[in-house]
Design a binder for this molecule. Structure first.
Ligand code: TRP
Length: 344
């Protein structure tokens, strides 16, 4: 078993994570999520990865774009190395139990808990009255995504930590209110600095699909020339590379490029610096471009192939949904029984 997911809880270890299908997968998604998810795949632990299309529509989405982004995300997962026979890959709306459990959780969670969520405050902005009710309830649906599988471990980025704490609060309150030990208290597996990819233009900001500058990110669909050009133009500082990680402490842009290199090469920052310490960026950047192209080109080629005929993707999603439902249905039934619903 993956060391990061040892557990002492009585629930069998099961990994769940979700990504919003919002288009434009980039290097940050790959190193921070897809590649980590692939690394967590193992024979003795179930892994479920979900395209959370119901979360996506908490803000309006063009329907054609949503459909395309969902399939593209699925293609990205597979191209990155996820094996749909080992992991359960599916989209959220195809497993109705998510929405059903979310309703129960809407009745467990308190308004005050939701109001404290920083993502709600950021996304709703000044005009909360005009935000969708779904955006407000977003964390209850996220808790349902996780707990409908009794998932014990949830790999996410730092920005989702508060939502995972809320998931624990919902599980604790449900168990307490009904006097049961039904839902596990989930462990967050927070992404480390090593896989957090920052903007190529500003080392203090996360690489993001919504950054207005395309030069700030490497898209999974960029060709070799574009990747090389973006890395050549990436912001750095005038100093040579240090020979140890602590020499990068006050140098966010330099650290980001070395981090990316280490993550792509599956090694540590110190191991990279042992090799390249003392070099100028004019020498390091071409090395990074070459590595990035070598790792990303096969992925984007495979994504393009999968996107050409949708049947394969749609079949994988349908079969993932069937397998997901086999786990979710009995847990929902038990939940309904606990709550007192007749016919459950
Ligand atoms: N809120 C997550 C994000 O924006 C996506 C998400 C939805 C998720 N449901 C989840 C992540 C369940 C982990 C587990 O990144």
């Amino acid at each position: 078993m993956n060391e990061a997911v040892q557990t002492s809880s009585p629930f069998t270890p099961r990994v769940f994570s979700g990504i919003q299908p919002s288009g434009n997968l980039h290097l940050g998604n790959y190193l921070g999520a897809l590649k980590r998810f692939v690394d967590m795949q193992s024979d003795d632990m179930q892994t479920l990865y979900c395209m959370v299309d119901m979360h996506a529509i908490t803000v309006w989405q063009n329907p054609e774009d949503l459909r395309r982004a969902t399939r593209e995300l699925c293609a990205g997962f597979i191209a990155a190395g996820l094996d749909p026979n080992k992991s359960i890959l599916f989209n959220q709306s195809q497993v109705a139990e998510h929405a059903q459990l979310a309703w129960v959780f809407n009745c467990v969670a308190r308004m005050g808990w939701m109001q404290r969520m920083t993502q709600w405050k950021d996304k709703a902005g000044k005009n909360q009255q005009n935000a969708s009710l779904g955006l407000f309830a977003y964390p209850a649906l996220m808790a349902a995504d996780i707990l409908i599988y009794h998932a014990t471990h949830v790999p996410v980025g730092e920005d989702q930590k508060q939502h995972l704490e809320l998931t624990r609060d919902i599980a604790i309150k449900f168990n307490h209110d009904y006097g049961v030990d039904h839902f596990p208290i989930t462990e967050p597996v927070i992404e480390g600095a090593a896989t957090r990819v920052m903007s190529l233009r500003d080392g203090s900001k996360k690489m993001s699909k919504s950054d207005p500058s395309d030069a700030s990110r490497i898209n999974m669909t960029d060709d070799a020339d574009t990747i090389a050009k973006k890395i050549r133009k990436a912001k750095t500082d005038p100093d040579a590379l240090p020979s140890e990680a602590k020499g990068l402490e006050e140098r966010p842009e330099a650290r980001n490029l070395v981090n990316i290199y280490a993550a792509l090469a599956d090694t540590t920052v110190d191991a990279v610096l042992a090799d390249v310490g003392g070099k100028q960026f004019s020498e390091f950047k071409p090395m990074l471009s070459e590595l990035a192209v070598e790792k990303l080109a096969p992925i984007s080629t495979e994504m393009a192939r999968l996107m050409q005929g949708q049947d394969e993707i749609d079949r994988i999603l349908a079969s993932g949904a069937t397998r997901a439902r086999e786990i979710a249905a009995p847990i929902l039934k038990k939940t309904y029984e606990i709550v007192g619903m007749v016919g459950a």
